[in-house]
Design a protein around this ligand. Sequence first.
Ligand SMILES: Cc1cc2nc3c(=O)[nH]c(=O)nc-3n(C[C@H](O)[C@H](O)[C@H](O)COP(=O)(O)OP(=O)(O)OC[C@H]3O[C@@H](n4cnc5c(N)ncnc54)[C@H](O)[C@@H]3O)c2cc1C
Length: 459
Amino acid sequence: MRRILWFRRDLRVDDNPLLSFEGEVLPLFIFDTTILEKLPPSDRRLTFIFHTVMKLKEDLHIIGLDLAIFYGKPTDIFDWILTTGSYHEVCASGDYDSYALERDRDISLKLPFNLLHDTYIFKPDEVLKKDGTPYLVFTPFYNCAKKLFQREHLTHYPHTAQKLVAFDYEGLHCIGGDTLTKRPLLLESIRFEPQSLTLQQQMSPQEKLALFATKIETYTNARDFMALDATSALGIDLRFGTISIRALLRWLSEQKKNKVDTEPFFRQLVFRDFYAMLLYHFPHLALENFRYSFKGLEDKEKFEAFTTTRTGVPIVDAGIRQLLETGEMHNRVRMICASFFTKNLLLPWQWGERFFAQHLMDYDAASNILSWQWSAGTGVDPQPYFRIFNPYTQTKRFDKEGTYIKKYLPQLAQTPAKFLADEALLRQYNLAQYPSPIVEHSASSKRALEYFRLSMPEN
Ligand SMILES: Cc1cc2nc3c(=O)[nH]c(=O)nc-3n(C[C@H](O)[C@H](O)[C@H](O)COP(=O)(O)OP(=O)(O)OC[C@H]3O[C@@H](n4cnc5c(N)ncnc54)[C@H](O)[C@@H]3O)c2cc1C
C-alpha cells in the first residue's frame, strides 16, 4: 500500500495518526497559493508556519521519513504527483472550514481520501442531542461531552510508516498547472518576508506546558486579568497541531492525578470543539447570522478608528495595538473589543471577524466566527443581544492599575490609572496624543438595543 500523507493542521511527528500506517508513505506539505495569494508578504503567521514545516521535515528525518514541500494549488499538485507513480490513497486529518471541505472534495475526485480524526477531542458528530441533532447551547454540549469522554480520547499514535524512497524530497516543488520548477527552501521563495516573533511564539509547546504547569492552579482566578500571563498560550499550537490534543489531555490527566483542578481548562478545550462542531453542521454561520436579521451599519470611519487604535477607549485601543504588533490578543480583551465593535460602534460582525482573521496568529475559522457571533448576539448560544460589555467597568475589574493598557499604549504611561477606566474623566481632560472616546458608552448602548429590538422577528 502506498499512501500520500498530507500534513495540514497537524504539523508534528509525535502522536500523529497520519504516521501510524504500515507501508510506504509520501509525507507532503503544501503552501497553498489559494490561501497565500490573499495575504500580504509581511504576514507574521507565515514565518511561524515556515519554521514549523522546516522542523517537521527535520523531525521526520529522525524517524527515517522526509517531507516533500510544494507551492501551488492543491489540485495542480496532486495532478502532478499522480504522474510520478501510483498511490492508493491520500490520508489527512479533518479540517472543517468551508474552504477546506471544498478543497478536500476536489482532491477526493482524483484519489481515495482517507480523512482521519485528529484535530479535536471529539468527532464532529460524536456529541449530539438524543434526537441526533447538534447542540446549540454550550452547557448541555459540555455535560454530554464529559459523559462521553473516555480513555480512547487519550490514545497515543505511534509512528510505523516507511519512507517512499523513489521521490525527490529536496527543495521547494513549485507547481503551476502541470509544470514543475524548483526553488530553494526559503521563506522568500514563497514570496513572504521573515517577521520577528515574540518569545512566546518561539517557544515549543513542551516549553509552554512546563511553564503552564506552574500556573494552572491559578488559571480560574487569573485568566481574565490581561496583564497577567495566566493562560497556556497554546492557541497557535492547537491551531497548527504542533501539539496533539490527546497529548494535551494526557498532560492534563497527569495534573489531575496531582490534585490540580483541571476542569476549568478542560472546559475551554471543549469550547473549541463546540465551535468546530457548530461550523461543521452549520457552514452558513461563516457569513450569516443564526439569530436576528440585524446586519450592522457600514460606517467606514468608525471601522478605520477601531483598526488604527483611535477609538479613544484605552482598553480597546490597547487590545488592537497588541493584535497589530504581536498577532496575539488576550481572550477577555477580544471579548471587550468585539462587544465594542458590534454594539457600541454597531459595525457588522463580519468586518471584525475578517480583521481578526488577518492578524491573529491563532486564527481559527470556527473559534473566531462563532466568538464574533457570540459577541454580536447573533450566534447560536443564547447570549442575549442586550448584554453589552462596558469597557470602562471591564478595565476597572481586570486592568485596575492600567498595566496592560500602558504596555500597549505607551503614550498613556504617565496617565493616572483611574482615567483609563473612567469615561467622564477621559472626556473632561484632553489627554496629550490620545483622542477622546468616539462614542459615548451609555448613548451608544441604547442605540444598539434599539437597532436590535427593531430587527427582532416580531417587528
Ligand atoms: C472575538 C473573539 C475571537 C476569537 N478568535 C479566536 C481564534 O481565531 N482562534 C482561537 O483559537 N481562539 C479564538 N478565540 C478564543 C480565545 O480568545 C483564544 O482561544 C485564547 O485567547 C487563546 O489563548 P490561550 O491559548 O492562552 O488560551 P487558554 O485560556 O490557555 O485556553 C486553552 C485553549 O482552549 C481553547 N479556547 C480557550 N478559550 C476559548 C474560547 N473562548 N473559544 C474557543 N476556544 C477556546 C483554545 O484553543 C486555547 O488555546 C476568540 C475569542 C473571541 C472573544
